[in-house]
Design a protein around this ligand. Structure first.
Ligand code: 13P
Length: 251
C-alpha cells in the first residue's frame, strides 16, 4: 500500500520572521496518522525548520542539492551529504523552475538525482509539460521522455527509493489546476510506463500532483486512484491552508 504524502515547496519565500511564524503554525496542526508530511524550505532556513519542527512528525527536505554527494570545492552549492547531516530526508530534483528558468539540463539533474540517492536521501523527481506542449498534444510524450532520462541511466530500480511529482507547468502558480481526470490520466500513464519495466516498482512509487493545489480542490484530486498526494507551492506558506490540504489527503 502506498502511503499518501503531502509536501510543501516553499520555493524562494520567507524571512526569518515569517519562517518562525510558519513553524509555529505547523506545530499546532493535528496531523492524520496516514499521511507523510514534508516541507521544503529555502536552504537558508533548513536548520531552523528542522529544529523548530522537532517532534512534529513533519520531515524536512531541500529544494536543491549539488551534483556531488560529498562536500568539497563547489562554491555556492550544498551537497546531499551535508543535507543528511542537517537532518533532511528528501530533495526536489528537476522542478520546472530549475529546468526552465535556470536551464538545468537532463545531465545535471541526473547527476543530482544520483548524488541524492547515494547519500541515502529520497529524490522527488518533478516532471511536467508546458502549456504549449499540452496544446500540441505532447503531454504524455514529454512526461515519458523526462522519466526515461532517469530510467535509461539508472534503471527502473532508481524508483524504488524515489517519489515522482507530476507538475504541469501551466498549472504552477497560475491558479489553473489540472482537473482531477486530467491529472489522473497522466499519473496512470506514468504508472503504466514504469510497470512495463517492473510492476512492483510501479505499484510502490508515490506519484504526487502539483500545480495550484488548495484545500478547495485537494479532496477531488487526492481521491483519484493514481494520485498519492500533492506537492504544494503557494498554499503551503499558510499553515492553516496546508493543514486543510493534509487533512484532505488523510480522508
Ligand atoms: P503552486 O502550488 O504555487 O502552483 O506550486 C506548485 C509547485 O510548483 C510545487 O513544487
Amino acid at each position: 500500500m502506498r502511503r499518501t504524502m503531502v509536501a510543501g515547496n516553499w520555493k524562494m519565500h520567507g524571512t526569518c520572521a515569517s519562517v518562525v511564524e510558519l513553524i509555529d503554525g505547523l506545530r499546532t496542526l493535528t496531523l492524520p496518522g496516514n499521511v507523510d508530511v514534508a516541507v521544503f524550505p529555502p536552504e537558508l532556513f533548513i536548520d531552523r525548520v528542522i529544529n523548530g519542527l522537532q517532534g512534529a512528525s513533519i520531515s524536512v527536505g531541500a529544494q536543491n542539492a549539488a551534483i556531488e554527494s560529498r562536500q568539497g570545492a563547489l562554491t555556492g552549492e550544498i551537497s546531499s551529504s551535508q543535507l543528511v547531516d542537517a537532518g533532511c530526508k528528501f530533495v526536489l530534483v528537476g522542478h520546472s523552475e530549475r529546468r526552465l528558468i535556470l536551464g538545468e539540463s537532463d545531465e545535471t539533474l541526473n547527476r543530482k538525482f544520483a548524488a541524492v540517492q547515494a547519500s541515502g536521501l529520497t529524490p522527488v523527481l518533478c516532471i511536467g509539460e508546458t502549456l504549449e506542449q499540452r496544446e500540441a498534444g505532447q503531454t504524455l510524450e514529454v512526461v515519458e521522455r523526462q522519466l526515461n532520462v532517469v530510467i535509461d541511466e539508472f534503471g527502473i530500480e532508481a524508483f524504488e527509493n524515489a517519489v515522482i511529482a507530476y507538475e504541469p507547468v501551466w498549472a504552477i502558480g497560475t491558479g489553473l489546476t489540472a482537473s482531477p481526470q486530467q491529472a489522473q490520466d497522466v499519473h496512470a500513464a506514468i504508472r503504466t510506463q514504469l510497470a512495463k519495466k517492473n510492476s512492483e516498482v510501479a505499484q510502490g512509487v508515490r506519484l504526487l500532483y502539483g500545480g495550484s493545489v488548495k484545500a478547495a480542490n485537494a479532496v477531488e484530486l487526492f481521491s483519484m486512484p493514481d494520485i498519492d498526494g500533492g506537492l504544494i507551492g503557494g498554499a503551503s506558506l499558510n499553515a492553516d491552508e496546508f493543514g486543510a490540504i493534509i487533512r484532505a489527503a488523510g480522508n
